[in-house]
Design a protein around this ligand. Structure first.
Ligand code: HEM
Length: 198
């Protein structure tokens, strides 16, 4: 008890504060120190890799292997629509100037709910050239575009060529082989094969 009283008297003598005020100031200094030091990282810790566990980050548990882009060949506008992201098992495709790009890695942009989802499964040259989101401009019609709009479109085209794999070409509906023609073609091809093997 004597020690306690003398410590309190020393505090009052040296700091001029009552013991209650002294401990309040001390506690505030500790809080400020801890808050400020938490804002900085020590040089040793800075270079350490972040500690992540599969429990706190379930996405690290089972990373999906990157999907290899599938070459589609020639498809029509109508067929391209099937690749608008509504079927998660299909790649996400988008066309610029008739070239079809697999934009699956940009699912955040073009997937359902993404800011540019309206472009998925479509030929978007006109919309990109005009920087427009209007549904009626999302097509491949370049009629009436000015020089600056063609430059904008070219910039988009370069961006896409650099970023996404090209997986096919868009062809007009009338140039698409009819279903019967395709069957006929494959029959002829198999006959040719038989002829060759004779
Ligand atoms: C309010 C104006 C806009 C803002 C603030 C904006 C912002 C952005 C940002 C931050 C990105 C991501 C860039 C990146 O990480 O590579 C982006 C990407 C994109 N923007 Fe915009 N944008 C705007 C208008 C437009 C317009 C008008 C269009 C076309 C009609 C457009 C089409 C795109 C496309 C297609 C991408 C994705 C490119 C890719 O796949 O890498 N944006 N935008």
């Amino acid at each position: 008890m004597g020690l306690y009283t003398s410590v309190m008297e020393e505090i009052a003598f040296y700091t001029g504060l009552s013991p209650a005020a002294f401990f309040t100031v001390l506690a505030m200094m500790v809080v400020v120190y801890r808050t400020v030091s938490a804002m900085f990282v020590s040089p040793e810790d800075y270079n350490k890799p972040p500690v992540v566990s599969a429990r706190t980050h379930p996405q690290f548990e089972d990373p999906e292997p990157p999907r290899q882009p599938v070459q589609l060949g020639q498809v029509t506008d109508r067929e391209l629509l099937a690749y608008d992201g509504s079927d998660p098992n299909k790649p996400l495709l988008m066309a610029i100037r008739g070239q079809i790009f697999d934009v699956s890695t940009g699912r955040n942009f073009y997937g359902p709910g993404g800011p540019y989802a309206m472009f998925a499964g479509k030929e978007c040259s006109r919309a990109l050239a005009l920087l427009s989101f209007k549904p009626e401009e999302i097509n491949g019609d370049l009629e009436g575009l000015g020089e600056s709009e063609f430059t904008i479109l070219e910039d988009w085209e370069f961006k896409f060529i650099e970023k996404y794999p090209k997986v096919g070409l868009l062809i007009p509906e009338e140039r698409a082989p009819k279903k019967e023609e395709q069957v006929q073609d494959s029959l002829e091809n198999s006959n040719e094969y038989k002829d060759e093997t004779k």
